[in-house]
Design a protein around this ligand. Sequence first.
Ligand code: G3P
Length: 218
Amino acid sequence: MKFFLDTANLAEIQEAVELGVLDGVTTNPSLMAKEGIKGLDAVMSHYRQICEIVDGDVSAEVIATEFDEIIREGEALAELHPNIVVKVPMIKAGVKAIKYFSEKGIKTNCTLIFSAGQALLAAKAGATYVSPFVGRLDDIGQDGLQLVQQIVDIFSNYGYPTQVLAASVRHVPHLLQCAELGADVVTCPLSVINGLLNHPLTDKGLATFLADHKKVNS
Ligand code: G3P
């Protein structure tokens, strides 16, 4: 399973790269705003910096909602770096744009997926990734992980090459359940990846080993 970081924070991306487990990055306009990045030049330069830090796919989201504009924005983003994946919202113009980009060999991530039908449409249009939002479905009392399961099963039934990128992954159990379900990728905050490190028995065991080592070596 690939680990993507869901952030536009360069220090966090650097930290995950240094841990040696990062396969890519996803961003969205809210995450870019959180970093205080304003204006087209700053946005484009920030994407370039992310691509220089991580050796893997970097999703950069279009703002446009009309077909022609999505194409114009997406092509400009794709020109920034070979690892850029154009993130396109699940709307009619977005599906058409995914088809267009797929025929041009431009990678896409269809975002804001909340149903299996939406994922199926995006896969048929040739999306590289679909992003079901696990946490946001949980937030409204639906089962985000069940959606991941449904999409994994459907893509497997027909051998779609589209990868299931579980997004809006909020905590360690989410990540592990996505792994059990066979999601190709999870994208999550750095705290979730760091959370995989922790177990109280590891801390306790290490403290004992170090104390015993000290006893015999002092
Ligand atoms: O990038 C899309 C998704 O991962 C957002 O997550 O936590 O804002 O629902 P969240």
